[in-house]
Design a protein around this ligand. Structure first.
Ligand SMILES: *[C@@H]1O[C@H](CO)[C@@H](O)[C@H](O)[C@H]1NC(C)=O
Ligand SMILES: *[C@@H]1O[C@H](CO)[C@@H](O)[C@H](O)[C@H]1NC(C)=O
Ligand SMILES: *[C@@H]1O[C@H](CO)[C@@H](O)[C@H](O)[C@H]1NC(C)=O
Ligand SMILES: *[C@@H]1O[C@H](CO)[C@@H](O)[C@H](O)[C@H]1NC(C)=O
Ligand SMILES: *[C@@H]1O[C@H](CO)[C@@H](O)[C@H](O)[C@H]1NC(C)=O
Ligand SMILES: *[C@@H]1O[C@H](CO)[C@@H](O)[C@H](O)[C@H]1NC(C)=O
Ligand SMILES: *[C@@H]1O[C@H](CO)[C@@H](O)[C@H](O)[C@H]1NC(C)=O
Ligand SMILES: *[C@@H]1O[C@H](CO)[C@@H](O)[C@H](O)[C@H]1NC(C)=O
Length: 830
């Protein structure tokens, strides 16, 4: 644990070896590192930053050799990664361009005839100046003295790209603004149609405009993240964000963690914001999450008082705030209006109420009023007292979680969507009893109408019933075919002709008290799970897949067929299924003891799992996985192992569940690739999370993480534990220091099982190694766990997700690895 303060100086060498090589290789055309007054760079010459990462020079976009531009790019990936262009709207038509530093510190790009094609917007200085390309990629012109004033810098004139160290936003005092403007097309750096700016009218919000049309908002800054981008605050991120939100300045900057790979944020030519990360070994820029990420991010997609949800992917669905109704049923983007008018302003004391809409990206705050100095309670009172206020929310969610400060919306709320980790929004409703006023209308107009509708409905229902019945039969046939198809396929499980009971929807509804809340056992990524009693007292768990759960018929059949055919003590058993219209339900054996996470992460429940039980659980999971990978004669990759998917039966034997994302490998297939990376952070192996490559070794990784969690009682997603970024680095550090027993959960008395625990920790670390080839197969894991005398290999340090921290945390060999590298990736389905 000795402080390793000398760690970082080596890093650029390790991270950018290629850059250094290419720098040396092409040094012929490089002019000196600084450009003095009067010096120039001609087409063909380049100016390279001291560390070699960035190059300034002339380039032509691919396919347009006649147009020459002056730009700065990442040396390693060449002109394809241009991040700044000087003369984007005034290309040169031949190779006779030259960049000169003129007196006063003005940069001028001259064409062959000496005409200025572009110049830096410098106010000039009488001091002598020099131009330099810094290691950050910033081209600066500064006065020629130590610490001389910067008179111009390319970071103040961004093109379509943001780099670490660059500001984005506004200086409210000087009026300076840093914004991004898209290229016109991939091969044309000319000013394009999209602009991304910091909106400072009320709470800071980053808005993408197409001309004068708002396309996408990040959502208001809430003190921790932009309301619509909660993953900004996630544990696995590439750079930290420096947000300045002062009266004088509202800016946002990326602050690359030391040693992290290069990253850039690009506003592309179709208005999407992309994060690109440079992987030096594979020499590629990998794209990370795109914003806007789905149809609900389209500005105002559900209109005023509409709520957008992507549960029913791929099309977004709109709903209205409670006690609001669609303005136009057939066009939901036209928004919603109140059922009950607000009482306010009519002489009476305010009798209006609020409804809370949970988990959303807050509405556009363009016309909202912000008051930071009040509590949420005061905010509510203020909103109630002001007739134009229609909704409120805390302006800042830092602190104890309830939130502080006050944003109040007037007239309407627009562009609200549901989002994971979203915020609470309080919407004002009219007095509840005022429905009395409506009753007359109900009697006079609605009743006759309703009677008529009822008659129609009765006739309609008969038709629907016939159709449903047919649809049900069709679905049953599909399912049967699928199951039979699998069971007839050669070279697979022996137990042919699986007869899976189809249970009727009515029976299931009865068994679960009509899906009552009291029967709900939990809520997973793909739907809710209920407890039910079928037939003569058979307790079952019923998984009701959300209608828009993202689990399509294909995945459903996948899961049904798979589990129906799998029979193992450590796998959960499927008893039946049901398809009812759009609804899909799975009936499992009921396991009374919930899932593993309910025990190991709970301060009280963890005492219920003593070491022998935990060891039994670890061994059980490994056997279940071995069966999936090998012994079932199929190769099945689970892809979503995590404690909440490990159920415990009455004897605390583990049973692996949730096969919705499992994949079957046929024949000799060892590895597959997917563009749709699904799974859960922390449990996904680096090669899967980053490249979509999965194999049995990705499950090994998930297993390793679970083992370390079972032993330590700490969640993989826990950050900053005892100064360690996560438990992988914590476990590794204890292990190299010979203090591995410190990892063991304090709820366990440690004396009696030291050997077993140490073996488990070592096996866990073997399983989470970055390189899948080093991770053991489950067959070896089972042998290592069952047989104390099997020798164990020495694990290598897991570095990809283990972000070796800022202060000396890891052992001295940490300096030979990529430090501080963490990741974000596109997650679907969860
Ligand atoms: C800048 O200063 C250095 C040393 O102080 C000097 O050698 C160099 O000639 C100066 N350059 C210009 C353009 O004045
Ligand atoms: C560029 O510099 C060279 C000498 O370094 C000089 O001969 C040439 O005239 C300069 N060109 C311009 C346009 O200033
Ligand atoms: C390059 O273009 C400029 C401006 O169009 C022109 O004045 C110059 O003569 C051209 N140079 C060559 C070598 O064609
Ligand atoms: C250059 O700066 C002036 C004032 O400082 C401003 O009016 C002008 O728009 C700027 N030009 C460009 C191209 O930014
Ligand atoms: C509702 O939307 C539909 C489809 O856009 C449109 O044809 C219809 O006129 C709208 N109805 C009203 C009342 O605005
Ligand atoms: C005030 O209430 C009366 C009847 O209760 C209603 O007719 C009127 O429209 C209300 N005015 C406002 C501004 O809500
Ligand atoms: C804010 O007010 C302006 C002027 O009334 C209006 O054009 C704009 O649509 C409003 N913005 C929002 C988000 O309601
Ligand atoms: C009520 O709210 C509006 C807009 O939010 C604001 O302009 C006005 O000053 C507020 N009135 C009072 C009395 O606070």
């Amino acid at each position: 644990m000795a402080a390793t303060t000398t760690k970082f100086p080596n890093l650029p060498l390790l991270i950018f070896p290629i850059l250094l090589l290419s720098h040396r290789a092409s040094s012929a055309g490089i002019v000196s590192k600084t450009l003095n007054n009067g010096a120039n760079i001609t087409d063909g010459e380049t100016l390279v930053s001291p560390g070699g990462s960035f190059t300034l020079g002339f380039f032509s976009p691919s396919g347009v050799p006649t147009k020459r531009y002056l730009g700065i790019w990442f040396t390693a990936s060449g002109a394809a990664s241009v991040y700044w262009v000087a003369n984007r709207d005034t290309p040169l038509n031949n190779n006779s361009g030259v960049l000169v530093v003129t007196a006063g510190g003005i940069l001028r790009l001259l064409d062959g005839s000496g005409q200025t094609a572009w110049s830096s917007n410098t106010t000039g200085t009488s001091a002598s100046t020099v131009a330099q390309l810094l290691d950050s990629g910033n081209l600066v012109v500064r006065e020629n003295s130590s610490g001389g004033r910067v008179v111009w810098q390319s970071f103040d004139d961004p093109s379509n790209t943001m780099l670490a160290g660059m500001k984005f936003g506004k200086n409210l005092k000087t009026g300076a603004e840093w914004s991004l403007t898209s290229w016109r097309s991939a091969n044309d750096p000319a000013t394009g149609g999209y602009r991304r700016v910091m909106d400072t009218k009320s709470l800071p919000d980053i808005v993408t405009w197409q001309g004068s049309v708002k396309k996408y908002r990040s959502g208001p800054w809430n003190g921790r993240w932009f309301s619509g981008v909660p993953d900004m605050d996630s544990d696995f991120k590439l750079f930290s964000v420096q947000m300045v939100d002062d009266p004088g300045e509202v800016t946002y900057a990326l602050d690359a963690t030391a040693g992290a790979p290069s990253a850039r944020v690009v506003l592309d030519e179709v208005g999407k914001v992309r994060v690109l990360v440079w992987f030096p070994t594979s020499k590629v820029w990998r794209p990370y999450p795109w914003l806007p990420r789905d149809a609900c991010d389209e500005y105002a997609s559900c209109g005023a008082f509409g709520l957008c949800s992507v549960d029913a992917a791929p099309t977004p669905s709109c709903s209205c705030v409670q006690e609001f109704s669609p303005v136009n049923q057939s066009q939901l983007s036209s928004g919603c209006r109140r059922d009950v008018q607000l009482e306010c302003g009519n002489g009476t004391a305010a009798t209006d109420r609020f409804t809370v809409v949970r988990g959303v990206k807050l509405p556009d705050t363009e016309n909202a009023t912000v008051d930071r100095g009040v509590t949420l309670e005061q905010c509510r009172a203020r909103c109630l007292a002001n007739c134009s206020c229609v909704a409120y929310a805390p302006a800042d969610i830092r602190g104890d979680g309830s939130g502080n400060g006050c944003v109040m919306w007037k007239d309407n709320i627009i562009d609200v969507r549901y989002i994971d980790n979203g915020q609470d929004l309080y919407v004002r409703l009219g007095k509840s009893e005022s429905a009395t006023g409506k009753r007359n209308i109900v009697a006079k107009i609605l009743l006759p109408v309703m009677a008529f509708v009822l008659v129609l409905a009765a006739a309609g229902m008969y038709l629907v019933w016939i159709c449903k019945f047919r649809a049900k039969r069709r679905n049953r046939d599909i399912l049967k075919k699928a199951i039979l198809g699998y069971s007839n396929a050669p070279n697979e499980l022996g137990d042919e002709n699986i007869e899976l009971p189809f249970v009727s929807f009515g029976e299931i509804a009865a068994a679960t008290n009509n899906f009552s809340e009291n029967n709900m056992l939990g809520q997973g990524g793909f739907g809710k799970v209920y407890k039910g009693t079928l037939g003569q007292n058979i307790e079952v768990a019923i998984k009701r897949l959300g209608q828009g759960s993202g689990q399509g018929v294909e995945e459903f059949i996948n899961e049904v067929v798979l589990i129906a055919k799998l029979q193992h003590r450590n796998l959960v058993r499927l008893l039946g299924c049901c398809i009812h219209g759009d609804e899909k339900l799975l009936i499992y054996e009921y396991l009374p003891n919930k899932s593993l996470d309910f025990f190991i992460f709970d301060a009280a429940n963890k005492y219920l799992l003593d070491w022998p039980t935990r060891f039994k659980i670890i061994k059980g999971i490994s056997r279940g996985l071995l069966y999936l990978h090998q012994d079932s004669r199929l190769t099945i990759i689970h892809r979503d192992l995590k404690p909440s998917n490990i159920l415990l039966d009455a004897d605390m034997s583990p049973k692996i569940s949730d096969f919705g994302m499992a994949r079957i490998f046929g024949g000799n297939q060892q590895e597959a690739n997917t563009n749709r990376v699904v799974g859960t952070y922390g449990y996904m192996s680096p090669e899967y999370a980053m490249e979509g490559a999965f194999s049995v070794k990705s499950d090994t990784y998930g297993f390793g993480v679970i083992v370390l969690e079972i032993i330590s009682g700490l969640k993989i997603t826990l950050t900053n534990y005892k100064g360690f970024p996560n438990i992988l680095s914590y476990a590794w550090s204890l292990w190299v220091d010979g203090k591995a027993m410190d990892l063991v959960d304090s709820s366990l008395a440690k004396s009696c099982f030291q050997t077993e625990a140490l073996r488990c920790i070592q096996i866990g670390l073997l399983c989470v190694q970055d390189n899948p080839n080093y991770r053991p197969l489950m067959s070896s894991v089972v042998t290592m766990l069952e047989n104390e005398t099997t020798p164990l290999e020495v694990p290598k340090q897991p570095v990809y997700f283990s972000y070796a921290g800022t202060q000396g945390t890891a052992g001295e060999n940490a300096s030979s690895s990529i430090n501080d590298m963490t990741l974000t990736t596109v997650l679907e389905g969860r």
